[in-house]
Design a protein around this ligand. Structure first.
Ligand SMILES: [Zn+2]
Length: 255
C-alpha cells in the first residue's frame, strides 16, 4: 500500500527533535509520498530544504494568518525558492475568518495577489487553499481569478452542500483527521457524496490528529486512519482508497 500525505508540516518546529524518526515511521506505515506545506517565508524555505528527501515535495506560500508578511520582497524570496525546482504547489493561501488575526479585506487582497503571483511562476502550479468560516468568499475569489491551476481545498470539513460547491468550482477535497472525529457525520456524508477521484488524503500534522490519537501531535504515519475512514464512508477497501488517492495526488503534483 502506498499513501500520499498531501498536506504535512514536517517543517514545523514541533518536529525539530524527531523529524528523521517521524519520516521513518511514515515509511513503515506505507506513507511513501509527502507534500510539505509552507505557511510563511521561513516555513516555505524549510519545506524546500526538506525536499532533499526523495519522498518529499514542497509547497510555498503565505497563510492568511501571516498575510502581513506578503510584500514585494517576500514575493522575490518565494520566486527564488520556486526556482530551486522543488516546489510542486503554491500554498497554503486563502482566507481565515475564524481567527481574524489579519483584517478580512487585507486577507482577501493578499489571497488575490498570491493567486496571480503563483500564475507567474507557472499558470498550472497547483494551489493549496486554506479556508475557515469563509467558503463562499474563498470560492468567489478563486472564480474571479479565472485560475487554470488545480485547486485543493485543504482540510475539507464541510457537509454535502459545501462539498458540492467546491466540486462545482473544480476543486479537489483534502480529507484529514477531522473526518475521523465522532461528531463528523456531515463530513463523512460529504466524503460518500464526492467522486473518489476528487479526494486527497492529508494529515495537516502537527495539527488535527485523527480520533485514535486525538489531542496529541499528529504525524504522517497516522494517515492510514484517514484512509480507513474514507474507505468506510465509500464502502471500498483501504487498498482501493490508497490506490485512487495516491494516483490522483501524483497526477496533480507530478510525482
Ligand atoms: Zn496546513
Amino acid at each position: 500500500m502506498e499513501l500520499f500525505d498531501t498536506h504535512c508540516h514536517l517543517n514545523h518546529l514541533d518536529f525539530d527533535s524527531d523529524r528523521e524518526e517521524a519520516r521513518q515511521r511514515a515509511r513503515e506505515a506505507g506513507v511513501t509520498r509527502l507534500l510539505c506545506i509552507g505557511f510563511d517565508l521561513a516555513s516555505s524555505r524549510s519545506a524546500i530544504q526538506l525536499s532533499i528527501w526523495e519522498e518529499m515535495q514542497a509547497a510555498i506560500g503565505i497563510h492568511p494568518e501571516s498575510a502581513e508578511e506578503w510584500t514585494l520582497e517576500a514575493a522575490a524570496t518565494l520566486r527564488q525558492l520556486y526556482n530551486t525546482g522543488k516546489a510542486a504547489a503554491y500554498g497554503e493561501i486563502g482566507l481565515d475568518f475564524h481567527w481574524d488575526s489579519v483584517p478580512r479585506a487585507r486577507q482577501s487582497e493578499v489571497f488575490q495577489e498570491q493567486i496571480a503571483f503563483a500564475a507567474t511562476l507557472s499558470p498550472t502550479l497547483p494551489l493549496i487553499i486554506h479556508t475557515r468560516d469563509a467558503l463562499a468568499e474563498t470560492l468567489a475569489v478563486l472564480e474571479a481569478s479565472a485560475t487554470k491551476a488545480p485547486i485543493v481545498m485543504h482540510c475539507f470539513t464541510g457537509d454535502v452542500q459545501e462539498a458540492a460547491a467546491c466540486l462545482d468550482a473544480g476543486c479537489y477535497l483534502g480529507i484529514g483527521g477531522v473526518a475521523t472525529f465522532k461528531k463528523s457525520e456531515d463530513v463523512r456524508a460529504a466524503i460518500a457524496y464526492a467522486p473518489l477521484e476528487r479526494l486527497l488524503l492529508e494529515t495537516d500534522c502537527p495539527y488535527l490528529a485523527p480520533q485514535y490519537k486525538r489531542g496529541r501531535r499528529n504525524e504522517p504515519s497516522y494517515l492510514p486512519a484517514i484512509a480507513e475512514i474514507v474507505a468506510t464512508a465509500k464502502g471500498l477497501t483501504v487498498q482501493e482508497i490508497a490506490e485512487a488517492t495516491t494516483e490522483t495526488a501524483r497526477g496533480i503534483f507530478g510525482f
